[in-house]
Ligand binder design. Structure first.
Ligand SMILES: Cc1cc2nc3c(=O)[nH]c(=O)nc-3n(C[C@H](O)[C@H](O)[C@H](O)COP(=O)(O)O)c2cc1C
Length: 118
């Protein structure tokens, strides 16, 4: 592990602050009925807060052996049919959803974890 063995990585990681600052409030009862509206309101908050690349999402897929893959892609559209990303049709992220059409997307922002599963 090279230089990382020179210090106690376990203690270092466990010493880092988690969820520093106030967490955003979330009342499920006040959430819009349509999850797309909720997703867009969270994305709007991230854009308004000027987070870097707020529309960059981790898109996870599963290959033909059941192994999970994940990569960062830029969100290009959201509508009732789902989310659209720009990727080569020949790439793993282009091919795998055709065989197993339930990709998962998520984004970890400064304020909270935002996840959207179809
Ligand atoms: C912030 C960010 C945004 C990215 N956006 C895209 C994108 O919109 N489309 C794309 O094909 N790759 C994008 N990439 C590169 C992919 O994350 C990745 O490197 C590439 O698609 C290979 O993934 P794969 O091995 O699963 O095919 C982005 C990377 C970063 C860091």
């Amino acid at each position: 592990m090279g230089d990382s063995t020179a210090r106690d990585v376990r203690a270092w990681l466990r010493g880092l602050e988690v969820f520093a600052g106030p967490l955003a409030a979330f009342d499920p009862g006040a959430a819009p009925d349509d999850p797309v509206d909720l997703f867009l309101s969270w994305l709007t908050e991230a854009v308004d807060a000027r987070l870097p690349d707020p529309h960059a999402m981790t898109v996870s897929t599963v290959d033909e052996h059941g192994a999970p893959w994940a990569r960062v892609l830029i969100l290009k559209n959201v509508d009732a049919a789902g989310r659209q990303f720009a990727a080569h049709a020949d790439s793993p992220e282009g091919r795998q959803p055709a065989a197993r059409p339930s990709p998962s997307t998520g984004r970890l922002s400064d304020a909270r974890s935002e996840c959207a599963d179809p």
